[in-house]
Design a protein around this ligand. Structure first.
Ligand code: CUA
Length: 657
C-alpha cells in the first residue's frame, strides 16, 4: 500500500529551483560557441465534414517484425547523465533515399500539423488543420472554407495531441485525430491524401486538452475538458466556480459526432487508452476546483480518473443521463449513484498533487502518471483496477525519476523514458524494477540524458502501439536558448533526436532540430503503414470534374456565373473569360494532369484567391467580381519551363448606368 501523499514538494520550492536552473543556463547565453553540436455539411450541430469523408478508405498493409527483446537491469540506481552530442550514430538519410518512419508533429497554436521524416528529421510537408494556408489554398477553396466555418469559424486552433487510427492495436494508416485546445474541437486528417477532412466542435466543452483513441480498434476518439465551466455555459453561474463542470467526451471516429460526455469532479488534463478497450486513464491537476494558481496547487493530492468505457456505454443505454445541447451527459462525479455500485463508471485514483501526463505502456498492464510537482512517476496497475475496492490499491510503484516529470514513452523492451522539465533530462528506467522497488527509489533508473532545454513530450518509435520499435526517440524541448543562431526574441523550440538502440545501449543525443512555435507532441508510424496517394481519384469528383471540352462560362443568374476551367502544362482551359461587375463568380478548376507532382495554382490578384490543384483534383472558389478591370490569373506552382506564361485573364465589364 503506497502513501499517496509521498514525495510532494512545495510548488514554490519547485518553481524557485526551476528558475535557478534557468538562470544558470541563461548566464551562458551570450557565449559565442554553444556547447555540443550539434465539405459536405451533414447539418449536425458542431460538425463539419469535407466531401472526401466519403471516399474509399485505403487500409495500409504492413507489419513490422518484432524487435529483439531485452530487459535486464543495467547496474544500480541513480544513473549518470550522458553528455553526448552527435557522436557515433548516424541519422542522415542519403540524397534520394527515404526515411524509415513518418513523424506527425502537432503544431500547437500555429494550428497545423507537420510531417517529419525519421531519422533524418527532414520536414516533408505541413498539413493545415485549424489554420488557413495560402500555399495549398486550405481555408480559401469553398469546401475547406466551409469546413472551418461550420466548425466555429475560428481563424486558429491550438493542436496538441496527434493520434493515429488503430486496428488490432496497430496503426492502420487511415486517419490521424488531433485536438484543438483553444476551441474544444477534434479534427480528423485523412492519411490517403494527407488532408483534414472533418472537424467537430464538441458541444459543452471549452478547452479539449487530452485526446486519444480507444485501443485496439479506434471505437472512439476521446477529448478531455481541461477548463471547468458552467453547464451549459449560457450566462448562468458566472462567478460560482463550485458549479462549474469538467467533461470527458466520446466522439465517433467515422461520423465524427459527439456520442456522449461524462462530467467529473476536478478537471481533466491528458489521457491515454488501455490496450483492451475498457479503460481510458485521464490525469488531472485541479481537484481543488479553483480558479487561481494558488488554489489549484493548494491540496496535497489530485485524482487520476479511470473511465470504464463499457460501464459508461451501459449507463447511456439505460438512459442514465441528462441531455445538454443534444448530447447525453452522464454523471461521473464521486457522489453520483453511477459510482456507488460494484461497477463504478469512473474510478478516482489519488496521486501526488498536480501530476501531468498519463501514458499506458505497450503491454497495457500499467499506466504511468508523471508527477510534475512530485519528482516521481505513479504506476497504476490496470489489471488490478477492476478488483480493488480502494482505487489507491491499484498504485503499484512510484520511482523517483527527478524534477518536473511530464511525459513518459516506451521502447517495447521493458523500459520507460520520462521527460524532466526542470532537470532538462530524459531518464530511462526499468518498468518491472520500478514495480518491485520501494516507493521513491532511484534504483530502477538506468540512465539519464541531458536535453536542451526543458522538455515537454517525449516520444519513441510507435510507442503508442502494443509493439514499439525502439531505436529512436524525440525529446520536444520547449526552450532552445543558445542552441541556434539568434533569430530575434521569439526563439524556436528544440526537438532533439536521441538514439536509444534496442536494448541497454546508452542513449545518445544525435541531432537538434529547431521547430517553429509550438509543437506539443508527435507520433511515429513505419512508412509501410501509410499509403499516401500521389494522384487524386477522379471518382471523388463525379459531380464537379471539368474536362477541356466543358471549359466555359455559364450564366446561372442575373448576378452569378459559373466558370469552368481545366489546368495543364502550361495553360488554363480558358485563355480569358468575361463577367459583369458585381457578379458572384463560382470558379471550378480541374487539374487534368495524370502525372504525379505536376501541381498548378490558380491565383487571382486583388481578389485574395490562391489555391493549388493537384493531379486529377477539382477545387472551387466563389467570390464577387466587384471592381471592373482586367485581372491576370496566374499559376503559382513552378510547373514547367513555360510556367510564367501559364496565364488567363478575367475581364470584368463595368456595370451599366
Ligand atoms: Cu502551372 Cu505553373
Amino acid at each position: 500500500m503506497h502513501d499517496d501523499t509521498a514525495e510532494v514538494r512545495d510548488p514554490t520550492d519547485v518553481v524557485d529551483e526551476y528558475e535557478e536552473t534557468l538562470d544558470s543556463v541563461l548566464s551562458d547565453v551570450d557565449a559565442p560557441e554553444p556547447d555540443g553540436d550539434g465539405g459536405v455539411s451533414l447539418g449536425l450541430p458542431g460538425l463539419s465534414l469535407n466531401r472526401r469523408d466519403f471516399m474509399k478508405a485505403g487500409v495500409a498493409a504492413g507489419a513490422m517484425g518484432a524487435v529483439a527483446g531485452c530487459s535486464s537491469l543495467n547496474g544500480g540506481g541513480g544513473g549518470q547523465a550522458t553528455e553526448s552530442g552527435g557522436g557515433g550514430v548516424d541519422h542522415s538519410v542519403a540524397p534520394g533515399e527515404h526515411d524509415e518512419y513518418y513523424g506527425f508533429w502537432s503544431g500547437g497554436h500555429s494550428g497545423e500539423l507537420r510531417v517529419i521524416g525519421i531519422p533524418s528529421m527532414r520536414e516533408l510537408t505541413r498539413i493545415p488543420v485549424f489554420n488557413t494556408d495560402c500555399a495549398s489554398g486550405y481555408g480559401y477553396t469553398d469546401d475547406t472554407k466551409q469546413l472551418l466555418e461550420d466548425s466555429g469559424g475560428y481563424s486558429w486552433g491550438d493542436n496538441h495531441h496527434p493520434n493515429l487510427s488503430e486496428t488490432d492495436g496497430d496503426y492502420d494508416g487511415e486517419y490521424l485525430y488531433v485536438n484543438d485546445k483553444a476551441n474544444g474541437r477534434i479534427a480528423r486528417v485523412n492519411l490517403t491524401y494527407f488532408e483534414t477532412d472533418a472537424i467537430t466542435d464538441v458541444p459543452n466543452m471549452q478547452a479539449i486538452h487530452g485526446c486519444t483513441v480507444l485501443s485496439p480498434d479506434t471505437k472512439y476518439v476521446f477529448g478531455n475538458g481541461e477548463f471547468r465551466a458552467p453547464l451549459p455555459n449560457d450566462g448562468r453561474d458566472l462567478d460560482d466556480p463550485d458549479s462549474y463542470t469538467a467533461l470527458f467526451a466520446a466522439v465517433d471516429p467515422e461520423s465524427m459526432e459527439t456520442q456522449w460526455q461524462v462530467k467529473v469532479d476536478g478537471n481533466l488534463d491528458i489521457n491515454d487508452s488501455g490496450k483492451e478497450g475498457r479503460w481510458v486513464i485521464a490525469s488531472a491537476y485541479n481537484s481543488e476546483e479553483a480558479t487561481s494558481i494558488q488554489g489549484m496547487t493548494r491540496d496535497d493530492r489530485d485524482d487520476v480518473k479511470a473511465f470504464d468505457i463499457p460501464a459508461i456505454e451501459q449507463a447511456v443505454e439505460n438512459g442514465n443521463y441528462e441531455e445538454v445541447n443534444g448530447i447525453p451527459v452522464v454523471d461521473g462525479t464521486k457522489e453520483s449513484p453511477l459510482n456507488q455500485g460494484d461497477r463504478p463508471i469512473v474510478k478516482y485514483i489519488p496521486t501526488p498533487k498536480s501530476p501531468h501526463c498519463v501514458e499506458v505502456e505497450p503491454n497495457g498492464d500499467y499506466a504511468m502518471v508523471a508527477g510534475k510537482l512530485s519528482p516521481t512517476v505513479t504506476i497504476i496497475d490496470l489489471n488490478k483496477l477492476p478488483e480493488v475496492e480502494n482505487p489507491a490499491d491499484a498504485v503499484v510503484g512510484r520511482p523517483r525519476v527527478g524534477l518536473g516529470p511530464l511525459h513518459t514513452t516506451f521502447d517495447g523492451n521493458g523500459h520507460a523514458y520520462t521527460s524532466l522539465f526542470i532537470d532538462s533530462q530524459a531518464v530511462k528506467w526499468d518498468i518491472e524494477a520500478a514495480v518491485e522497488a520501494e516507493e521513491g527509489s532511484e534504483e530502477p533508473i538506468i540512465e539519464r540524458q541531458d536535453v536542451h532545454y526543458n522538455p515537454g513530450h517525449i516520444q519513441a518509435l510507435e510507442a503508442m502501439t502494443t509493439d514499439p520499435d525502439g531505436e529512436w526517440l524525440v525529446s520536444l524541448n520547449k526552450l532552445s536558448k543558445d542552441r541556434f543562431l539568434p533569430v530575434g526574441p521569439i526563439m524556436p523550440d528544440n526537438d532533439q533526436l536521441i538514439h536509444i538502440g534496442q536494448g541497454e545501449k546508452e542513449m545518445e543525443l544525435v541531432a537538434d532540430h529547431p521547430a517553429y512555435p509550438e509543437p506539443h507532441d508527435c507520433v511515429f508510424a513505419h512508412k509501410d503503414k501509410i499509403d499516401a496517394k500521389k494522384v487524386y481519384d477522379p471518382e471523388d469528383y463525379e459531380e464537379t470534374y471539368i474536362t477541356e471540352e466543358a471549359s466555359g462560362v455559364e450564366r446561372t443568374g442575373e448576378n452569378s456565373v459559373h466558370v469552368k476551367m481545366t489546368t495543364k502544362r502550361s495553360e488554363y482551359g480558358l485563355p480569358d473569360f468575361t463577367v459583369q461587375e458585381g457578379d458572384e463568380v463560382r470558379l471550378t478548376t480541374t487539374n487534368i494532369e495524370g502525372i504525379q507532382d505536376i501541381i498548378h495554382g490558380v491565383a487571382i490578384p486583388e481578389h485574395d484567391i490562391n489555391y493549388a490543384v493537384a493531379p486529377q483534383d477539382t477545387r472551387e472558389v466563389t467570390f464577387t467580381a466587384d471592381e471592373p478591370g482586367v485581372y491576370w490569373i496566374y499559376c503559382t506552382f513552378f510547373c514547367s519551363a513555360l510556367h510564367l506564361e501559364m496565364r488567363s485573364r478575367m475581364l470584368v465589364e463595368p456595370a451599366e448606368g
